[in-house]
Design a protein around this ligand. Structure first.
Ligand code: ADP
Length: 164
């Protein structure tokens, strides 16, 4: 059983995240989407809301039975160990992601020598897409429909404009 963890803030999950997840599912038998609390990023959605949105969003992916959505706090390497995997998935959009991701991967390996980070590239149309940009756009009343799954479109409207 080849298992990997795909960690992130997912605040909120975008079509870019889902693209990376689909690619990871081709390589691994089981992928755990692990939602980090990330208080220092002042997330728009609570960790519980992000877990619920991720669970709903993955329903559209073929083979989603092989995906588990979970949350974690604390060190990712400890979480991965507890889940019985030493493989971390991260997405690389552009060279600008590289420096931080490289630092993170090396730090995780320093914490646990057998940890490997696998980087996957999204489809080109997602390379400029980020959760922060989606939130900015949504707050200004922009249309985010082609960037996020339907459940996130709705959740953003509720969260930002307090619609029923
Ligand atoms: P974090 O706060 O840990 O960076 P994110 O939710 O922003 O969490 O991202 C989680 C992972 O998904 C990161 O590896 C990030 O590079 C990747 N990612 C985010 N958006 C995209 C995208 N549009 N295409 C490909 N990968 C992405």
């Amino acid at each position: 059983m080849r298992r990997a963890v795909y960690p992130g803030s997912f605040d909120p999950i975008t079509n870019g995240h889902l693209d990376i997840l689909s690619r990871a599912m081709r390589v691994f038998d089981e992928v755990i989407v692990a939602v980090a609390r990330n208080d220092n990023k002042s997330p728009l959605f609570t960790q519980e809301e992000r877990v619920a949105l991720n669970r709903e969003a993955i329903q559209a992916l073929p083979g989603h039975e092989r995906v588990r959505v979970d949350s974690f706090n604390g060190l990712l390497v400890d979480y991965a160990l507890a889940q019985g995997t030493a493989t971390i998935i991260r997405g690389l959009r552009a060279v600008s992601d590289f420096e931080f991701e490289f630092q993170l991967a090396q730090m995780n390996r320093k914490l646990r020598a057998d940890i490997d980070t696998i980087f996957l590239m999204p489809k080109d149309i997602y390379t400029y897409l980020s959760s922060s940009l989606v939130k900015e756009l949504a707050k200004m009343g922009g249309n985010v429909d082609c960037f996020v799954p339907p459940c996130v479109q709705l959740a953003l409207k509720h969260k930002i404009f307090r619609t029923a």
